[in-house]
Ligand binder design. Sequence first.
Ligand code: Z5A
Length: 231
Amino acid sequence: MRLFYDNDGCTKTQPEKLSYSSYMQGKLIVFEGTEGSGKTTQIQLLYQWFRCWTDRVALTREPGGTPLGQKLRQILLADSSIRGMTELLLYESDRAHHVEELIKPQLASGTIVLCDRFTDSTVAYQGYGRGLSLRKIEQLNEMATSGLQSDLTLWLDLDVEVGLFRTRQRGPSDRMEQADLEFHRRVYRGFAQLAKEQDRIIRVDASGSQSLVQAHIQTIITEYLTKWQII
Ligand code: Z5A
């Protein structure tokens, strides 16, 4: 990160402070991708970048963005008896609670919400990966979010095998990471298809170094903040 950060962790080229009077509603920015694509690393770096010039930013994730969600996350990632519709409904339950309790109130107070995974993960994993009905998933996503969509989704595009190699190097795998390679390839195809269909999804090449990928993300975010007239 030396290239982009000073000693205090802030960039030399950070935007001017947010003009607080210029916007009321926050923005929902989501990071999506297959295992090991670097979402968590990159969203945390972006959060630090935002924090250098505003405190109106929140970092959260799915599953597990609330205390109840943490409990659901533990069950979802550890219990191998959970399959099919049960798995889908647990992810949607986590989401419904997360949106109501955290995301909507934060957006209403003008906060930029950075979320590690959201509705597209359900389409990619439970739809393309597990083969559940895409139409039903769309309906459940709509119900769980009351129609809320991301303002911008960054799809971190990385070769599935490279991502799985990265996660294996990190240590023991959880239930989803242990799924077979063909499952992860189907999930990848899901994200690729969504990116083709939806203008709110921007593809980010995640194969470079952490600092290179972060620089690309900061460029995209700066463009959007300008477009939204936040900076
Ligand atoms: N799931 C679902 O099925 N349906 C849904 O609706 C939702 C989720 C919302 C969440 O688990 C699981 O839930 C997930 C999908 C499913 N499946 N799994 N597994 P999670 O949150 O624990 O897992 P994840 O979201 O996939 O995160 P991850 O495996 O930790 O991957 P990541 O966040 O994309 O990557 P990372 O943690 O930033 O990096 C992984 C490793 O690579 C780490 O050691 C880094 O230091 C390293 N890394 C990161 N960037 C680089 C670069 N650029 N070069 C080299 N190495 C790097």
